[in-house]
Write a protein that binds this ligand. Structure first.
Ligand code: NAI
Ligand code: MG
Length: 359
């Protein structure tokens, strides 16, 4: 790009999105990260009777292929006509499949750019005291289907059906990504998390795909465990999970990642990356936190760490390492941390404390 800088799409979004995005921008300026932000809005607009994401946002992500997302308005009331899922579903005429209720904007972005894997690392911050100090796991969540396919309808009055969709292709794709990730990050084990004891066909097929893919990776140990058992085991002793990657269908990953966040200090600390075929979008695990929006209370760490995943994805590791050290040291020192971590600092004060360490 211009001046040898990379252009990255920035979607500040709403709720605490703009505040935490500002922190990241300020920290990046201080660290001289060679990135130029292209800021776009994803506030839905009406177009030809449909509610869609502004085309400029889609085009920006398409062009730059890398985006950082604050927090989006979560829901809007029609499927984008740009929805080009790998799974094509033609809604039946007489049912209200997808059309009537609200459809997630996130879901639309995930499908538009084939963001098939959601990577959610969860690691204790050294020196910051929580129930455990040795959490270091990585969750990989299938990101395009499962319970979040958005296919729901009322069968008859008082009976609603919500379809959990599992395809071999999406299962195989996310499994292969999980094994590659394990290999690249030196993790020895991939655990597929499931409920195939109950959902014999859907989770059963997810497991079959994982087993098939595991044969391509003889150096990585493969095993399987039930979601509920994993929950119990992780909160009882997270240590055995620190050498592995867990891969799972969509809904399980959503829930398990919030649970793991609780082990290391909460949602203010957990990053994620939506890795796709056509683009990758990095964002915090948490939502728009409307209860604290605009008050200067938000913890920007989760978005900052997401942005560092983005830098590493772009091979800008040097900058990522430097910023990470400054942020984690600030948290460990505990003098300028936000309320969610037990401190008294505002978003601004915490951000400034990090910047001080970078100058
Ligand atoms: P949330 O994650 O926004 O907030 C849960 C709790 O954690 C709140 O008390 C909030 O104040 C706190 N919290 C979250 N992030 C924080 C941060 N960075 N610093 C300090 N405290 C933080 O979940 P909630 O309230 O269930 O959802 C709010 C909205 O966000 C909803 O519209 C939801 O649908 C949406 N959402 C969007 C997501 C996304 O964009 N990927 C993910 C999860 C929720
Ligand atoms: Mg969630």
């Amino acid at each position: 790009g211009p001046n040898g800088k990379y252009t990255v799409t920035l979607i500040p979004g709403d709720g605490i999105g703009p505040e935490i995005s500002q922190s990241v921008k300020d920290i990046y300026s201080a660290a001289n990260v060679p990135i130029q932000w292209e800021e776009v809005s994803v506030t839905p607009i009406l177009k030809g009777g449909k509610t869609v994401i502004p085309d400029a946002a889609i085009q920006s992500v398409k062009k730059n292929t890398v985006a950082l997302k604050g927090k989006s308005p979560h829901l809007f009331s029609a499927v984008s006509n740009r929805l080009t899922s790998s799974i094509r579903i033609r809604p039946a005429r007489n049912t209200n499949v997808v059309g009537k209720g609200h459809v997630s904007l996130n879901l639309t972005l995930r499908r538009t750019f084939n963001l098939f894997a959601n990577v959610r690392p969860c690691a204790s911050i050294k020196g910051f005291k929580t129930a455990y100090d040795d959490v270091n796991t990585v969750l990989i969540r299938e990101n395009t289907e499962g319970e979040y396919s958005g296919i729901e309808h009322e069968v008859v009055d008082g009976v609603v059906q919500s379809i959990k969709l599992i395809t071999w292709d999406a299962s195989e794709r996310v499994a292969r990504y999980a094994f590659h990730y394990a290999q690249a990050s030196g993790r020895k084990r991939v655990t597929a998390v499931h409920k195939a004891n109950i959902m014999k066909m859907s989770d059963g097929m997810f497991l079959s795909a994982c087993r098939e893919v595991s044969k391509e990776f003889p150096d990585v140990v493969y095993d399987e465990d039930l979601l509920d058992r994993v929950c119990l085991k992780v909160v009882t002793n997270p240590q055995p999970y620190s050498d592995r990657v867990m891969v799972m269908p969509n809904l399980y990953g959503d829930i398990l990642s919030d649970m793991c966040a609780g082990l290391i200090g909460g949602l203010g600390l957990t990053p994620s990356g939506n890795i796709g075929r056509d683009a990758s979008i990095f964002e915090a695990v948490h939502g728009s936190a409307p209860d604290i929006a605009g008050k200067g209370l938000a913890n920007p760490t989760a978005l900052l760490l997401s942005s560092l995943m983005m830098l590493r994805h772009m091979n800008l590791n040097e900058y990522a390492d430097k910023i990470e050290k400054a942020a984690l040291t600030t948290i460990a020192e505990g003098k300028s941390i936000t309320g969610d971590l037990g401190g008294k600092a505002s978003t601004r004060e915490y951000t400034d404390a990090i910047i001080q360490k970078l100058l």
